[in-house]
Write a protein that binds this ligand. Structure first.
Ligand code: TMP
Length: 203
């Protein structure tokens, strides 16, 4: 059986990527593919426990980076690689680009340290495709404002998210062959139309 594809969804909180991710996975399934939807931090029992801590407990920025990659190592070993090997497509809500954007851009953790962690944890694995949901921060903040229980990241200031957005765009500029930029400020219908075109090119 052929190897599955590894697709990641990225973007600042409030970009709407998670809603579209489930729709995207369903369309792939309708095309006869075996699709696993997962998320980071999370995706394994330990990863989900680390997620609870990461989303609620204040900590040093480098501790945050280390825990993100610790959860990722479990996720890759237990879930992502076995699925890809059996031909299943893996669609993950975030992966390492989020560490470069949030811990690197947002919190100021040195790029060289994050690159070291990336090499340690998944030197030979990168997503086949990354959909970056890009949106002006004031629009994303507006969308989050109706949410009554914001987590530790969602409670950050607009200036934090501006840095996260810029860091994501830098990742996109460095890896243009892997990324597709989605204009997430469009209507959900327009975003779906863009995603449909991507799916047509993929499967
Ligand atoms: P989610 O709400 O999109 O599932 O993501 C949870 C939060 O975790 C989100 O605010 C981004 C953050 N995050 C990081 O800061 N670094 C990472 O490496 C990952 C995967 C997520």
């Amino acid at each position: 059986m052929s190897k599955g594809k590894f697709i990641t969804f990225e973007g600042v909180d409030g970009a709407g990527k998670s809603t579209h991710l489930h729709w995207f996975a369903d369309v792939l399934r309708q095309r006869g593919l075996d699709v696993l939807v997962t998320r980071e931090p999370g995706g394994t029992p330990l990863g989900e426990r680390l997620r609870e801590i990461l989303l609620s407990q204040p900590m040093h920025a480098e501790t945050e980076a280390l825990l993100m990659f610790a959860a990722r190592l479990e996720h890759i070993g237990q879930v992502i690689r076995p699925a890809l090997r059996r031909g299943t497509w893996v669609v993950s809500d975030r992966f390492s680009d989020a560490s470069f954007a949030y811990q690197g851009g947002g919190r100021g953790v040195a790029l060289s340290k994050l690159e070291q962690l990336e090499r340690w944890v998944h030197e030979d694995l990168q997503p086949d495709l990354t959909l970056l949901f890009d949106i002006p921060i004031e629009v994303a903040r507006q969308r989050l404002s109706s949410n009554t229980s914001l987590d530790r990241f969602e409670q950050e200031q607009g200036s934090f998210f501006e840095k996260v957005r810029q860091a994501y765009l830098e990742r996109y500029q460095k890896n243009p062959q892997r990324f597709v930029l989605i204009d997430a400020a469009q209507t959900p219908e327009a975003v779906k139309a863009d995603l449909e075109k991507i799916i047509l090119a993929l499967a």
